[in-house]
Design a protein around this ligand. Structure first.
Ligand SMILES: C[S@@+](CC[C@H](N)C(=O)[O-])C[C@H]1O[C@@H](n2cnc3c(N)ncnc32)[C@H](O)[C@@H]1O
Length: 427
């Protein structure tokens, strides 16, 4: 299984129903409908180049809220529905999930769509956002989606506590099993100058404090797949590791990140960790609306980090982790699409490993068969040419021959995986 999974047919059907359900739950007068593509384009501008004009409570404004619900929410549901099933999110009866900057409850909605095995598990979601209007809209939409999925009589054992508050507000109740923050931190560091790495690292340490209030909780942070967000995710990885939370995904190791983003000492942009994937499975209505708004999407991208709890990860220093698994192989996470390498007969893809950035090289068909986001093990690094570096990228070269690799699951190698915690429902 790869990290970015194909949509299960049932999840695809539910996603297809989302635009219609949104229309039914939040009916728009005809004159607002006509203006919708314009409002979406405006909100997109305010979230990127025009962020200085956005204002803190933008989702309290009806026009912006409608634009968010009809464009950003369905796209975020699509991206999360491709990501969540591939993560070893282990939630069991009675667990609590704290979602920071929840917006219209996007993360719980995506879990509902993409993890049907969790729908019958009693869970409590604490959703925090400074905009009360978007939380209320999320509650209404969750009720509509749950009713659409299960029927009115069945109901759902999921409970929601929403709080219109700042991210640092106290969260009451038992410790969370999982703390999440999706597409929110970029709104907090966006005022920093683009090249201020130290400032970003400092702010990120403070955010890590918000994410790690409970020693028991795992942490999942998802951000847009853009360079600055990749740099933030690498800072977060360091900040969480300092708190004893080792990365479970996408990193196949806990050593230094070979894709930290930001700029090299020479001022060049460096590689950042992100995953891009097709949007063919997104609802046709959403594609049409996106085209009308002038922001069509052929590819979706995200950067993310999933880390274990401090208790379960232990306090082992990441650098002390072995580069190779007990079996002697080197876990490699495939990062890029294939490209031809010198001479034209061979193809390569970049990957991430504890030995740093690697260039996996081999025949076109074998390289083409590796899926971006998938994890494989280079059986024996001694058999590879890991001592040879690619001149262009500085990556270690791993030549894959017929028997040199074995594919693995999506989670981190066994040596980094946390042990079971009571009764779990995991993917
Ligand atoms: C881009 S939206 C993401 C919403 C949702 N997580 C999603 O992925 O669709 C960012 C959300 O973070 C909230 N937010 C931003 N800064 C915040 C803060 N300091 N305290 C609480 N909420 C905040 C905004 O109100 C907004 O709902």
């Amino acid at each position: 299984m790869t990290l970015i999974t194909d949509l299960a047919p049932a999840a695809g059907c539910l996603l297809d129903a989302v635009p219609l359900l949104i229309d039914r739950t939040f009916p728009l007068a005809e004159r607002f409908k006509k203006k919708l593509p314009q409002s979406i384009a405006e909100l997109s501008r305010l979230l990127t180049s025009g962020r200085g004009e956005r204002g803190a409570s933008y989702l309290e404004k009806p026009e912006m809220l409608q634009a968010y619900l009809r464009y950003f929410l369905p796209w975020n549901l699509y991206r999360l529905s491709r990501l969540l099933p591939g993560l070893s999110l282990e939630l069991c009866e009675g667990d609590a999930v704290t979602d920071l900057g929840s917006g219209p409850l996007t993360l719980p909605l995506a879990l509902w769509i993409s993890r049907p095995d969790l729908r019958s598990v009693p869970l409590e979601f604490r959703c925090i956002d400074r905009a009360g209007a978007v939380l209320r809209a999320g509650r209404r939409f969750f009720a509509a989606l749950a009713e659409f999925t299960t029927g009115a009589e069945t109901g759902t054992p999921w409970r929601f506590k929403t709080a219109a508050a700042a991210l640092g507000a106290p969260v009451r109740g038992k410790p969370a099993a999982l703390v999440t923050a999706v597409n929110v931190f970029n709104e907090l560091y966006e005022d920093l100058p683009y090249r201020d790495h130290a400032g970003l690292a400092g702010k990120t340490r403070a955010y890590a404090g918000l994410l790690c209030r409970d020693a028991e909780s795992s942490v999942l942070v998802v951000e847009p797949g853009v360079p600055r967000a990749g740099e933030f995710i690498a800072c977060l990885r360091t900040a969480l590791a300092e708190k004893g939370r080792l990365p479970l995904a996408p990193c196949p190791h806990a050593g230094p990140c070979p894709c930290p983003g930001g700029f090299s000492p020479g001022g060049k942009k460096t590689r950042w960790c992100h995953f891009a994937f097709d949007t063919a499975g997104a609802p046709a209505d959403l594609h049409r609306l996106s085209a009308a708004a002038g922001i069509p999407k052929e590819r979706a991208a995200l950067s993310f980090l999933f880390s274990g709890s401090a208790k379960r990860s232990g306090k082992t220093a990441p650098a002390a982790r072995p580069a190779e698994t007990a079996e002697g192989g080197l876990p490699v996470r495939v990062l890029s699409d294939p490209f031809p390498v010198e001479g034209g007969n061979l193809y390569g893809r970049y990957g991430c490993s504890e030995k740093g950035l690697v260039l996996v090289r081999g025949e076109k068909s074998r390289i083409g068969a590796l899926v971006p986001g998938s994890l494989f093990t280079a059986e024996s690094v001694a058999q590879t040419r890991a001592e040879t570096r690619d001149r262009k990228s500085g990556a270690f070269i791993i030549d894959i021959g017929a028997a040199a690799v074995r594919t693995a699951g999506t989670a981190a190698p066994a040596s980094f995986r946390a042990g079971p915690r009571k009764r779990r429902t995991g993917s």
